[in-house]
Design a protein around this ligand. Structure first.
Ligand code: UN1
Length: 502
């Protein structure tokens, strides 16, 4: 079946009507063939503002719904996602070009965060704190914040929304979502799935979730709007540099999940079979388009000659092709700009002395679809494009000899998202995880840099922006904390021994 027809059928099954996806000005293309599959009407700035106002109204009643009842909505969202998993996963494959297991995996990540958030809805704990005053009690209370703005990127078009939305909703907030303009179809599908959950839950105020369809101008309205106390933005460091000061100007909060330039270290004692598989998935999986993709690999000189030929072979033989029609492990790049960026980085790497293999277009049946052989680049040192994130499957490999030096090199880039070490030496692994080791928000031992579970807090340091989403206590960023001191005595003792008798 033609992709356009299949997309329309999938969307219809998911609950998106034809009028929402045709006749508009926002052209949607599938990277699988490069062809247009929908044309969505985009919203105006005025419509965006009223969507935010509507969400704010919804928040005003939602904040008083008991948290476990809010959890019931998210439980039902999880159920609806389970029912829609096959269709939504396929739609992710069509809109982003992910291979089937990764498209489905992304939906699984949504289901998992819903389960997590349901449990959380009964665990939004505050502390009780000892006070220095007799007959007093001190405690902290966590309250809903307001409208949470979510800006998401094309590469995880639905999971990243769900990490934010599931938490924000159980925390008593409304959500206004600005998806990437490259992936509006999956966003419309999520809105339809959410509407079904809300319908089943009953008592959910209209406007609790609003989706903004259009370009970055709408994102700017969201970022600048006084009724949006928190914006969670996922995307490039360049985007974060624009968003963060605008939020700071009006003292709004930010959760920033920006670029990664993730490194891995293969130590002398590493299990090379295991390392090879982890490196292959980390660097080539999702066509190198995860923020957690492995981009820099440091290999100890004693195992370099054993590992490199095997890695080269993996790069030469990995299957690249349509995620809809083949069993390939690597799908297309999102668009031509991604391919141009990749070529530019490879040319620069070559001029820095890098030995490049791969990086050429393959499968040129469709002129506007960009399938590339993942590139492996042996670099004499960490320089030039190695210091930056290029959102494409390029792995820079460097040799090291000294452990302290390699940790310093590993940390010598702007981004600080994810990192891995492959070793069976306890001291190396502990040092990597210690205060003097990896400076990233995610540090792994004997697994790759990508593919984190939702149970941990997700995010990174430095130019990655410092935000944390998803598991652990990331929920706290979606609430405001009030410290309450209650006097149940008949006196009014002042703290710090201050006397003020009138
Ligand atoms: C992203 O690329 O923005 O850890 C998120 C991972 C996925 C999430 C990636 N669970 O690779």
């Amino acid at each position: 079946m033609d992709i356009r027809t299949e997309t329309q059928e999938l969307l219809e099954r998911l609950g998106v009507s034809k009028s929402q996806i045709s006749g508009g000005d926002l052209s949607v293309r599938t990277p699988v063939t490069g062809q247009e599959i929908a044309a969505i009407p985009s919203m105006s700035a005025a419509e965006t503002s009223s969507a935010i106002e509507e969400a704010h109204e919804a928040f005003r009643s939602w904040r008083s719904v008991p948290a476990p009842k809010r959890g019931e909505l998210v439980r039902l969202l999880g159920e609806e996602l389970r029912a829609a998993k096959a269709d939504l996963g396929r739609l992710v494959s069509i809109e982003v070009g992910k291979i089937p297991s990764e498209g489905l995996g992304e939906v699984q990540e949504m289901i998992d965060i819903c389960d997590f958030a349901v449990g959380l809805s009964r665990q939004l704990y505050g502390l009780t704190i000892a006070t220095e005053r007799p007959g007093h009690r001190m405690m902290e209370t966590w309250h809903p914040l307001g409208v949470v703005g979510v800006i998401s990127a094309f590469n995880f078009p639905v999971a990243v929304w769900s990490w934010n939305a599931a938490l924000a909703l159980v925390c008593g907030n409304a959500v206004v979502w600005k998806p990437s303009e490259k992936t509006p179809l999956t966003a419309l599908a999520c809105a339809a799935i959410f509407a079904r959950a809300a319908e089943r839950a009953g008592g959910v105020p209209a406007g609790l979730l609003k989706v903004l369809m259009g370009d970055r101008a709408l994102g700017e309205v969201l970022v600048d709007h006084p009724k949006v106390p928190l914006v969670s933005a996922t995307g490039s460091t360049r985007m974060g540099r624009e968003v963060a000061p605008r939020l700071a100007k009006r003292f709004a909060r930010a959760i920033l999940e920006l670029g990664g330039n993730n490194g891995g270290i293969v130590c002398p004692s590493a299990d090379l079979d295991m390392a090879l598989r982890a490196i292959a998935f980390g660097a080539m999986g999702t066509a190198g388009q995860r923020c957690t993709t492995l981009r820099r690999l440091f290999v100890h000189e004693s195992v370099y000659d054993a590992l490199l030929p095997r890695l080269r072979r993996a790069y030469e033989t990995v299957t690249v092709g349509s995620p809809l029609e083949t069993n390939a492990l690597v799908g297309p790049l999102i668009d031509r700009a991604a391919f141009d960026g990749m070529r530019k980085a490879l040319d620069r790497a070559a001029s820095e002395g890098g030995k490049v293999t791969g990086g050429e277009r393959v499968e040129t049946k469709h002129a506007d679809a960009y399938y590339v052989r993942p590139a492996l680049v042996e670099m004499p040192r960490q320089a030039g494009p190695v210091l930056e994130e290029t959102f494409a499957p390029i792995l820079y490999v460097m040799k090291y000899s000294d452990f302290d030096e390699v940790i310093a090199e590993h940390n010598a880039v702007g981004a600080g998202l994810s990192s891995s070490i492959f070793t069976r030496d306890l001291s190396e692994s502990e040092r990597f995880l210690s205060a003097e080791g990896s400076d990233c928000g995610i540090a792994n031992v004997n697994i790759g840099t990508s593919g984190a579970e939702i149970g941990g807090a997700f995010g990174g340091e430095k130019e990655t922006g410092g935000g944390r989403e998803s598991g652990s206590d990331a929920w706290k960023a979606y609430m405001r904390r009030a410290t309450n001191t209650i006097n149940y005595s008949k006196a009014l003792p002042l703290a710090q021994g201050v006397s003020f008798d009138i």
